[in-house]
Design a protein around this ligand. Structure first.
Ligand code: FE
Ligand code: FE
Ligand code: MG
Length: 168
């Protein structure tokens, strides 16, 4: 850890580390939800949806990487125990038990909307107190907003198709 870097943080570092570890749990759960969802998804447009889910899975892991780097910089320990993910998570895990495209898209849209809220809060908290963490939260939220839009536009296309064929 860099002591001068930590001294720059104008807020409770322990509290910040807790929030970062909670976000880390969210990212791993989101990663797995997307990854396994991309494997089981079925129904119309499943190839397009599966490809997008797989890309998002990789991007959620990159978010975990950013958070972990910051946790270590702040002298913390990234959560070492996957069993704790369910205790730490803000956004929970929605098993893609129903593999239908629409259902999976809706589950992941809800996850993105939760994630946007998590990073919005983290940004508000760190805006003046910790610009480095603020910058990381900003990078991540920018991508979560992109994820939400990607999934909502796939869902719109799907619904358009249902509407079109429903008329016949
Ligand atoms: Fe993420
Ligand atoms: Fe995301
Ligand atoms: Mg995308």
């Amino acid at each position: 850890m860099g002591s001068r870097g930590i001294a720059l943080v104008g807020m409770d570092v322990k509290k910040l580390l807790t929030l970062l570890n909670k976000a880390l749990a969210d990212e791993w759960l989101a990663h797995y939800q997307y990854w396994v969802g991309s494997k089981v998804v079925s129904g119309p447009m499943k190839d397009a949806v599966s490809s997008e889910l797989l890309i998002h899975a990789a991007e959620e892991m990159a978010h975990a990487e950013l958070l972990t780097t910051r946790i270590i910089q702040l002298g913390g320990i990234p959560n070492l125990t996957p069993a704790d993910w369910f205790k730490l998570t803000n956004c929970k895990y929605e098993a893609p038990a129903d593999p239908f495209v629409q259902k999976i898209l809706e589950q992941n849209i809800a996850g993105e909307q939760c994630a946007i809220g998590v990073y919005e809060k983290l940004m508000k908290l760190t805006k003046d107190a910790d610009p480095v963490t603020y910058n990381i939260a900003l990078q991540i939220i920018t991508q979560e907003i992109e994820h939400e839009e990607d999934l909502q536009s796939l869902l719109e296309d799907l619904k358009m198709m249902f509407k079109h064929y429903g008329k016949k």
